[in-house]
Design a protein around this ligand. Sequence first.
Ligand SMILES: [Zn+2]
Length: 131
Amino acid sequence: MDRKNKIEVPFSREAPDCRTIYKGGSLEGNCVNEKCKFYKSRIIWHIGFGEFNLVRQIATAKCPICKEKAKNVDNLFYYLAEIEIEGQIGEGDTFTRKDRATNKNAPCTFVNKDDCKQPWNYIQMKVTELK
Ligand SMILES: [Zn+2]
């Protein structure tokens, strides 16, 4: 979640139902339910506003259509929101990141998706509405 990796992804009319973005935070992963219309598709699970244990959120993210557990959850979106992230990888230094997604036409995400897969000792994210 290096700021240099941050990108804005403009909304697309062609986006499938499994990739709807709402205000606040969301996680991106794969639907792995063979019975779901979006099996093997990249899906977006909305978590909204609040304070989150991201390790837990990543582990419990679901496909928004079939509501089955998603896999390969490796990225984060935030839209019309301020995020504050604090975490620690293993015994390493504490990592903090604060950012705002203010463009109503384009949610923010990260190019480097691997951050969600780090061996986090802990990682907390606070998502608040823009003032
Ligand atoms: Zn599904």
